[in-house]
Design a protein around this ligand. Sequence first.
Ligand code: FES
Length: 239
Amino acid sequence: MTTETTITFTIDGQTIEGRAGQSIMDAADQAGIYIPRLCDVEGLHPQGSCRVCTVKANGRSTASCTQPIEEGLEVENETRELRNYRRDLVRMLFHEGNHLCPICEASGNCELQAMAYRLGITQASKFPYLQPVRPLDASHPDIALDTNRCIRCGRCIRASKDIDGKHVFGYVGRGIEKQVGVNGSKLSKTNVSIEDYAISPDVCPVGCIIRKGEGFKTPIGARKYDQSIIGTDKKQPGN
Ligand code: FES
């Protein structure tokens, strides 16, 4: 018989109990405290790449999705400094890709768009728009890939590898050129299927992976984030 060690720590001064080995984010979720995130999603191993979930743990910035809890840890989550940091990270994603929300079929279901609204980003900012021109792969009968909207969260890569056991997606390129590519000359030459978990609407947080013929099944105004803020707390944080 194994006994779980309970760890007691605080988030924004609130005492939380978690299990040894749990990440700060998992323990926060369990306690009903929301920490913003983009590359992490329930059911997939955390990757720790977007850094939107950054918190301060005993004064040091860390990704809460990968940082394990420790006894007595003092975590800061909803502070002005961290909100500004998260805003800048999300803004940079908008400037690095082509996120034209009014004409994107993911509008209203998009986690990047919803996170921007949650963080109060409503206008252009100080960063230059890079306006990349990346390939669109519409070769598959059921699925299209528009990497202009990719935020490199890697959720499709992990879902295809760990859940579907297929390795359809992977990273290609380095640095600012790093993108999601497919394991083949084009999507239709891979063994991807519309039934794959990697293609489910829960996996791609933006409009990069497109299920053909489904984009406007749910009308604008009735989509996931049209009526409610992203995050389990459903609360707009302060400035
Ligand atoms: Fe933790 Fe992306 S959600 S780094």
